[in-house]
Design a protein around this ligand. Structure first.
Ligand code: TXA
Ligand code: MG
Length: 315
């Protein structure tokens, strides 16, 4: 269905759209999300339609208070409590048993629900004004790089969603860390800004062993094509590569030894993570065919960055 997509900087206007059953893109500290009232089944269905999202991929519930978690789950495990105490609000999603009130439309038929409380101040004002938990995947067309600016949301979803709450480019630039707390010890399902090292400082036994393989069974979203620009992604050590540089681009921490037309040299791994998805989109706009990406050490957010780069490279 073709909608006229309203742009606003006012969280209460965007929240009113949610309360009347619409779908709204909004900024968080990770990436922009596409939200609907989690208890409104037809609004949830609109998200899947707008994004062309596979129906087996569950949504994350965004809450504005710890109190709202009780609407979504009756079983906050001790491990989940510890992680929530340590990392909410922030870039962490905990997966818990779903309460009967949460429609299967939001969980893609699963008996669990991912819950996250963003720290971003505009997101918090918006979510508080919605007065309900907001189910939201990233606000991109399925398979495309996640949006880190409201303009990227518009590029993918103009005319397909009711409203965009316009904020600044997102600070982190990668999606939240997802941890399954229905199992003991908890299991890392998706790497993000909260690193495995940080998780283990709070819950020592947190497992990450399956995160490069088996997790695809538990975290349906990871099965699907993800994070990919049209350009081919090639991972490189910058000092080693001598490559065909026609119509290609480069992103990394150090300048490549070879000449390439379009390049971004990032000041830190955090900066690289923050810029990556938008750089992919910009390269697509320019019709670039190959994007060379410097590999980074897999510690802290570098681990999540390498996870996204590998997925994009193997797509
Ligand atoms: O940072 C983020 O997490 C952003 C912002 C908007 O909050 N959201 C986001 O949503 O990245 P999405 O839908 O693009 O990714 C959600 C991921 C998927 O891999 C999905 O499979 C997983 O979380 N997930 C959600 N609910 C789950 C559940 N009940 N069990 C296992 N995995 C779940
Ligand atoms: Mg996504």
């Amino acid at each position: 269905m073709v909608l006229s997509t309203q742009l606003t900087t006012h969280p209460h206007i965007a929240a009113e759209v949610i309360r009347s059953g619409g779908i709204v893109a909004f900024p968080t500290e990770t990436v922009y999300g596409l939200g609907a009232d989690i208890f409104n089944k037809s609004a949830i269905e609109k998200i899947f339609e707008a994004k062309q999202r596979p129906p087996d991929n569950p949504l994350i519930a965004h809450v504005s208070s710890l109190n709202q978690m009780t609407l979504l789950t009756n079983e906050v495990t001790d491990n989940a409590k510890s992680l929530v105490d340590a990392f909410f609000p922030g870039p962490l999603t905990v997966v818990l048993k779903r309460s009967a009130r949460v429609p299967y439309a939001a969980t893609a038929g699963l008996d669990t629900i991912g819950i996250r409380m963003p720290e971003h101040s505009l997101a918090r004002r918006f979510l508080a004004a919605c007065g309900t938990p907001v189910a939201a995947p990233s606000a991109n067309l399925s398979g495309r790089p996640s949006p880190t600016t409201w303009q990227a949301v518009l590029e993918d979803l103009n005319g397909r969603i009711d409203c965009i709450l316009q904020g600044d480019p997102t600070d982190i630039g990668l999606e939240s860390t997802v941890v399954d707390c229905t199992v003991d010890p908890p299991l890392l399902l998706r790497k993000g800004a909260v690193s495995i090292e940080e998780l283990r400082r709070v819950v020592a036994g947190t497992r990450a062993d399956e995160v490069n393989g088996q997790e695809d069974i538990r975290s349906p979203g990871l099965r699907h094509r993800h994070y990919t620009p049209s350009a081919k992604i090639i991972l490189v050590e910058p000092d080693l590569i001598r490559a065909d540089t026609a119509n290609s681009a480069y992103i990394g921490l150090v300048p490549p030894v070879w000449d390439v037309g379009k390049r971004v040299i990032c000041g830190s791994v955090e900066d690289y993570a923050q810029q990556m998805f938008e750089f992919f989109r910009e390269c697509d706009r320019l019709g670039i065919e190959k994007i060379y990406c410097q590999m980074v050490d897999e510690v802290g957010i570098g681990s999540a960055l390498m996870d996204r780069l590998r997925r994009a490279a193997s797509a």
